[in-house]
Design a protein around this ligand. Structure first.
Ligand SMILES: Nc1ncnc2c1ncn2[C@@H]1O[C@H](COP(=O)(O)OP(=O)(O)OP(=O)(O)O)[C@@H](O)[C@H]1O
Length: 236
């Protein structure tokens, strides 16, 4: 097996006195698409926050490319090659599409134009609307801006929290296609998804979380074929 890129091991933590993550473990290898699914409130977003350094763990660890990054800030994790697209408020609505992308690369000087062209070829509609305010775009297009902005940091790992929330099924399919394309370009993907069935279809590795703990872990295909998983989490 390929060396793991990201490993969150036995993560425990929460907000204030409440414990949300109960020894949750998430890992993925270079080039993989990994997805986290599970019922509402299972702690999926919290697990992503923990992996990205937005939640202090009470116990457990996070390693990236073999380095212990448990105590690093989100900004330091970006410098390591991690990028995170939160579920909401992930773009600057009053700025143009192009300005949003530039903001993504505020810490870089070199090769911005090249990265932006790559993003425009991945998301042609962003090129077309580059001068338009991001807030004027449709939901699916805004998500493309958010993903594009994260890609401007040239990450090794792109983390997406419910990228298809609130978009139509057609737009969802399109976003999934784009995500697969990002993965083919060599960027690993970790995402939380409400649309479990579709997410499992594209997942090399999938985690079903329940009450902040791992319930099932396997390839997406294996979980899709598992009668228990189908019955309990995929509506039969
Ligand atoms: N900032 C916060 N402060 C306090 N509690 C929070 C906070 N964020 C989330 N929670 C609580 O933590 C629990 C897990 O939330 P989380 O968003 O991680 O779940 P989820 O599996 O992503 O669910 P959903 O699919 O509904 O987004 C929920 O009970 C939620 O109310």
């Amino acid at each position: 097996m390929t060396a793991p890129l990201l490993v969150g091991d036995q993560m425990t933590g929460g907000y204030g006195h409440t414990t949300i993550l109960n020894g949750c473990s998430i890992a993925l290898a270079q080039g993989e698409i990994a997805v986290i699914v599970g019922p509402n409130g299972a702690g999926k977003s919290t697990a992503m926050k923990a992996l990205f350094g937005m939640l202090t763990l009470r116990s457990g660890s996070v390693h990236f490319e073999g380095e212990d990054i448990t105590s690093l800030s989100p900004e330091e994790r970006v410098s390591c090659g991690m990028a995170f697209v939160p579920q909401t408020q992930n773009i600057f609505t009053t700025m143009s599409v192009e300005e949003n992308l530039e903001m993504g690369a505020y810490r870089r000087r070199e090769g911005l134009g090249e990265t932006m062209s790559q993003i425009f070829s991945l998301f042609p509609v962003l090129k077309e609307k580059r001068s338009q305010k991001a807030g004027e775009l449709s939901g699916g297009q805004r998500q493309q801006v958010a993903v594009g902005r994260a890609l401007m940091t040239r990450p090794k790992l792109l983390m997406l929290d419910e990228p298809t929330a609130g978009v139509s099924p057609i737009v969802m399919d399109e976003l999934f296609d784009r995500i697969i394309e990002v993965a083919r370009s060599g960027i690993s993907i970790l995402m939380v998804e409400q649309n479990a069935r579709q997410a499992l279809m594209i997942a090399d590795k999938a985690y079903v979380l329940v009450q902040g703990a791992n319930r099932y872990t396997d390839t997406g295909q294996a979980l899709l074929a598992d009668p228990e998983v189908r019955k309990t989490f995929l509506g039969g």
